[in-house]
Design a protein around this ligand. Structure first.
Ligand code: ACO
Length: 371
């Protein structure tokens, strides 16, 4: 038996949803650069789930379905109010709320293809509302009802703030959502697939995936990046901070990747957004510190930034609370998780690898009095 730490290089399934070949990322064969520059997030969700871009009628219908399903049950909000709210991380709240949503969905355990597609829409539509409702509840405010005539990206900002967002913010959020939507067999997507391969339900798969995304080696890195930038605080402090981190063999959040070796193709879009948005807010130091960090970490460690690095200064510039960065990642990535869950169901086999046993052998049981 041979083992590969962290399953590096192991090809665990076939998939026709997204691919990373020679550091180029595509969704259903469309280059991420093309989609980031041109597509709405609604189109991308449709693409991931249906293997084709929607025509105008299909897109209008799909957008309307998302909009009518965006409201969350009042019980979810009541439950949030009962959380020990000042101690609860929004990712933990999201994980709990998504699991709870299943209790209010009569089709939760209906495994038919049609019911699964309806649940997919409900989950995709409700998850942003859960995130923004939690954010408002913890500030002592009432959740805001999503508007049926706003886009997915605009509704995220509207339900967060209660104000109709400016176009520049909507464009930035839409692009970030497109860039985070899917990423081949990343840790949270693999988690979702393992879960539903037991023929468990979609809510279980998405709840499990949220748990995997939360960790700092995966989606949790974007919040850590902002904490690091805040700690560094000025361009002059970047070099000494990094030299100290290198000496202590610390991981620099937002750098490195298991699959990309020459660079993450998503990072350049976020870098450019960071430049534009910090220019608009006047807080250019976040962009300047970030580019300085990129220069030093790339030169000295050969590690390029990943998707999480520049998304931190982008979200900060949009006024989003730092602990909502990873939930915002989930708002997008749920589209990919669901695409993979549907793909798994369509050609399922239990995922059950082996472990190479390296523990003690030939032990003899000794009764507790004699130990
Ligand atoms: N900072 C410093 N050193 C690093 C970093 C980093 N960010 N990333 C990798 N390295 C070094 C490791 O210390 C290790 O060095 P060594 O061989 O001398 O021990 C070597 O590069 C290989 O690193 P691994 O951790 O084994 O690489 P792996 O493929 O397992 O991990 C990961 C990839 C988790 C992304 C890693 O690069 C990391 O921890 N990055 C920081 C966290 C992060 O940004 N996560 C988000 C990833 S993107 C996403 O999930 C959305």
């Amino acid at each position: 038996m041979t083992t590969t730490r962290g399953l590096e290089g192991v090809v665990a399934t076939t998939s026709s949803i997204s691919s990373i070949v020679n550091d180029v990322l595509t969704y259903r064969g469309y280059n991420i650069d093309d989609l980031a520059m041109n597509a709405s997030f609604e189109e991308v969700i449709y693409l991931l789930w249906n293997d084709k871009l929607p025509n105008k009628t299909e897109l209008d219908q799909f957008t309307a379905e998302l909009a009518v399903n965006a409201t969350i049950p009042k019980e979810i909000v009541d439950q949030m109010k009962a959380y020990p709210i000042d101690k609860v991380h929004p990712m933990a709240a999201l994980r709990t709320a998504v699991s709870t949503l299943a209790l209010y969905d009569e089709e939760a355990d209906d495994m038919s293809e049609e019911a699964n597609y309806r649940k997919a829409i409900r989950l995709q539509a409700k998850i942003p509302t859960v995130v923004t409702a939690f954010s408002r509840v913890r500030e002592g405010k009432d959740p805001v009802e999503p508007k049926k005539d706003l886009s997915f990206a605009a509704n995220f900002l509207y339900t967060l703030t209660g104000e109709i967002p400016e176009d520049v913010a909507v464009t930035a959020i839409n692009k970030a959502l497109v860039l985070h939507a899917d990423h081949e067999l990343n840790a949270s997507t693999f988690t979702a697939r393992v879960c539903v391969a037991t023929l468990s339900d979609m809510y279980s798969g998405v709840t499990a995936a949220i748990g995997a995304l939360k960790g700092p080696l995966h989606g949790g890195a974007n919040e850590r990046v902002m904490a690091m930038l805040s700690e560094i605080d000025s361009v002059d402090n970047v070099e000494p901070y990094l030299q100290n981190a290198f000496e202590n063999k610390e991981k620099i959040m937002g750098f490195g990747h298991r699959v990309y070796k020459t660079g993450d193709p998503r990072a350049k879009h976020l870098r450019e957004m960071s430049r534009k948005l910090t220019d608009l807010t006047g807080e250019t130091k976040w962009y300047e510190m970030s580019t300085k960090m990129e220069e030093v970490v790339t030169n000295e460690k050969g590690l390029p930034p990943n998707v999480d690095f520049y998304s931190a200064s982008v979200y900060h510039s949009l006024g989003i609370d730092h602990d909502l960065f990873t939930p915002l990642f989930a708002v997008s990535r749920v589209s990919g998780w669901i695409g993979h869950i549907l793909e798994q169901y369509s050609n399922n086999r239990l995922i059950r690898p082996r472990a190479e046993y390296v523990g003690s052998t030939n032990q003899t049981y000794v009764s507790v009095e004699n130990r």
